[in-house]
Ligand binder design. Structure first.
Ligand code: SAM
Length: 221
């Protein structure tokens, strides 16, 4: 739990942002997510990000997609301040929202309609597979029909002799959890910095894509 509390500390947040300026592999994850957003027409031109942090992905999204409005949610005021600074050039299209993905119903705090929900390196920090699964269900409720969810997060390799934090679980389990939440056609778009022998906490992240079916995909009522 320690690190979750530290995200609220301004010096820790700034240090995290400095240590994790995007590496080439993380840029590849961001590029894959941007590609997915291009490939799938959104039912609403509003993207919500969960656990925005210093807004590295948001900066790239807003620079490329001048047609989109963006809302970033984070429970750390310190991270939201860093995000506001980085996103200043796009301020007219940006909303930043303080919200906790675990406590209470965060979905009531965000603007609608939401065409896509994105997240990078954040949901594992909730600390448990059950909590990520609950956020998946919240996302399914919040998204417009035809909307997509993109979660680029740390996972546990399918075959490993190492211990991983409980918030990190395998890609097949993510796909099962997405299906349980009501999503269809879930798939893994890529896996970066795979390290099976000596993994650190910054290795092994994947990108999951899931769809909330539109009217045409739903069964008879
Ligand atoms: C490891 S950082 C990743 C930040 C950013 N997404 C990135 O990839 O650079 C995780 C972020 O999730 C936020 N976070 C963690 N737990 C949260 C919660 N329960 N509710 C909302 N935000 C949370 C933290 O404050 C932090 O900004």
């Amino acid at each position: 739990m320690g690190v979750l509390h530290e995200f609220h500390d301004a010096a820790y947040a700034q240090d995290w942002a400095n240590r994790f300026t995007p590496s080439p592999s993380r840029e590849a994850l961001f590029a894959r997510m941007l590609q997915a957003l291009r490939e799938h027409p959104l039912p609403a031109l509003r993207v919500l990000e969960l656990g925005t942090g210093p807004a590295y992905f948001a900066e790239r999204l807003l620079r490329e997609r001048t047609d989109l409005a963006y809302e970033g949610l984070d429970f750390s005021r310190a991270m939201l301040d860093l995000a506001a600074e980085r996103l200043q050039p796009f301020a007219s299209r940006v909303t930043l929202c303080a919200g906790d993905l675990v406590q209470g119903d965060w979905t009531t705090a965000v603007q609608r309609p939401v065409g896509a929900i994105v997240s990078t390196w954040a949901l594992h920090d909730l600390g448990a597979e059950e909590l990520t699964a609950k956020v998946y269900a919240d996302c399914h409720r919040l998204l417009e029909p035809g909307g997509i969810l993109l979660n680029g997060d740390f996972v546990k390799p399918e075959v490993t002799h190492h211990d991983f934090e409980p918030g990190r679980f395998t890609v097949p389990r993510h796909l099962e959890r997405l299906a349980e939440a009501g999503f269809s056609r879930s798939q893994c778009l890529g896996y970066w910095e795979q390290e099976l022998v000596a993994p650190t906490t910054a290795h092994n992240y994947a990108c999951l894509l899931a769809f909330k079916d539109g009217e045409e995909h739903e069964g008879p009522h």
